[in-house]
Every structure is written in C-alpha cells, then in structure tokens.
Design a binder for this molecule. Structure first.
Ligand code: ADP
Ligand code: MG
Length: 273
C-alpha cells in the first residue's frame, strides 16, 4: 500500500500511553495551548471517545456534531469537523463524540483501516489555508485500532509518564507496539518525547521514579516536569486549559516550559511563518 505523504513542515505528535489517568489529555490540551500562545498554529485531534480534550478546549461534542468519527469512517474530511477554540485563535480542535466508542469495531471491516486518519490528515494539511506547525493527537487508553491510526498518522510519539510506583510497567508493551508500527506501517515514527507528569517533589518515590525514567531514556525525557497541581485538575471543569484558567500558576508555567523545550528540539521547523 502507498502511504499518503505528510507535509515535512508540520510536527504530528501522538500523545500515547495505554494506561488511563497518566495525564495524556491534560498534556495534549495544555501543551497545544502553550504552543499556540508562543505563536504556533496548532490542531488537536481528540481520538478518545470520552471527548475529554474537546471538553477541556470548550469545543461542543454532542453526538450530532461532525467529529473525528465521521472522518475515520470516510464520510467527512477534517475541514468539515475542525472547530475553533475559545482558548486561543491559533488553536483548533477536531472533536470526538461518543460515537467513536463503536469505531474500533466498525473500522475492522473497512479498507486501509490503519491509514484512515493519516490519509484524512494529509489531505487536510495539503489543502488548508492555515499552515499548521503542530498537530497533537490525544489517544484513548488502549492499543486498539484508534491508537494504531494515531501512530500511523504521526511522526512523533510523546509519552506522558505519571511519577508513581508502577510508572514503567506497561511501557515495554507500548514501545514494542511502536516498533511493530515502525516496521510494518509507519517507518517515519519515532518516540521523540517523554514528559513526567503529576510530579510531587515532596515524595522520595516521585524523585526515584523520575531518576529511573531519565536513566532509561536520557534523550527523550524533557527537563521540564509537570507538578501535581490543583489548578491543572480544576481547569477542564470550566472548559478551559490551565493557561486560560490561571496563567500564572505553576502548572501553566510548567507546560509553557515543556512547550519551549519541544519547540527548541524541533527548531528546524520555524514557528510563526
Ligand atoms: P489520561 O488522559 O491519561 O487518562 P488525564 O489527563 O485525563 O489522563 O488526567 C487524569 C486525571 O488527573 C484528570 O482528572 C486530570 O485533571 C488529573 N491531572 C492530570 N495532570 C494533573 C496534574 N499535573 N496535577 C493534578 N491533576 C492532574
Ligand atoms: Mg484522556
């Protein structure tokens, strides 16, 4: 099968970890918002049937809304599903709706079932009037067909790791799956970034976990760590990112720092062009 070529001036980053509750969605929306605030054009694709990223960006995602579900089933292009956000004029979102919960099964019988998001995204990016610097894909907590679609559509993987006792458990399974994707479906994919989340500097455990993850992945782990912060966890219930909710908070600053590092690492791609 021939693959749709992705533009080489857009960083397409899938945020993945098959564990739930590690900070995937929180990281997706707050990094995306931070990068938009730095001057980049950013698209968030919500690929979790829960629609938490859509909620956090204040984007409607009732069942009748045109969403990533319609895109995956080939009934609509991304241009029909994309919505502006109230968070920032440079930040856009393709929402997910609850219909997506059935998509894993509906996709099975479709042609090129692993390539559907990539094809839609390649078409969209080629035709869009807005030049997007970043696309973030928020994955569900599983390694099913939705996550496979995200891996095939991306050129980078960002893995959020929660600084807790079982942090590294399951990571080898995730990395093994990514290797399979690289081998069979998307040779251009690489694990570019690991972000430590919900870090509590007062506990020895968090420090030990952080140390261990850095030892295993010295090049991938960002220097910035995301602290455990009430402001971060409160923001989504107001349909806001932490930057809109409390821009001076330590959580907002931590995500801005992480965004700066991510931008710097991809400095061959110029922002604000
Ligand atoms: P995932 O998408 O991996 O399931 P979420 O981003 O939804 O994880 O985070 C799980 C829960 O933890 C949410 O209630 C979220 O608000 C909370 N949370 C995430 N990051 C932080 C943080 N740095 N500090 C405090 N709470 C956080
Ligand atoms: Mg999530």
């Amino acid at each position: 099968e021939t693959q749709s070529p992705l533009p080489d001036d857009t960083r397409i980053i899938t945020v993945s970890n098959q564990k739930g509750g590690v900070g995937k969605t929180t990281t997706t929306v707050n990094l995306a918002s931070a990068l938009a605030r730095r001057g980049a054009n950013v698209l968030v694709i919500d690929l979790d049937p829960q629609g938490n990223a859509s909620t956090a960006l204040g984007v409607p995602h009732r069942p009748e809304v045109t969403s990533v579900y319609d895109v995956l089933l080939g009934e609509e292009g991304i241009e029909a599903a994309i919505q502006p956000t109230t968070d920032h004029e440079r930040l856009f979102c393709v929402p997910s709706t609850i219909n997506l919960a059935g998509a894993e099964i509906e996709l099975v019988s479709l042609v090129a079932r692993e390539q559907r998001l990539r094809t839609a995204l390649a078409d969209f990016l080629q035709e869009s009037d807005i030049r997007f610097h970043y696309v973030f894909i928020d994955c569900p907590p599983s390694l099913g067909l939705l996550t496979v679609n995200a891996f095939v559509a991306a050129n980078e993987v960002l893995i959020p790791i929660q600084c807790e006792y079982y942090a590294l458990e399951g990571l080898s399974q995730l990395l093994g799956n990514i290797q399979l994707i690289q081998k069979h479906l998307n040779p251009g994919l690489r694990v570019s970034t690991i972000l430590l989340t919900m870090y509590d500097a007062r506990t020895n455990l968090a420090q030990e976990v952080a140390h261990e993850v850095r030892e295993h992945f010295p090049d991938e782990v960002l220097s910035a760590v995301i602290p455990r912060s009430v402001r971060i966890s409160e923001a989504p219930s107001y349909g806001q990112t932490v930057h809109a909710y409390d821009h001076g908070s330590i959580g907002a600053l931590a995500y801005l720092e992480a965004a700066a590092e991510i931008a710097e690492r991809g400095a061959t791609i110029t922002e604000g062009a």
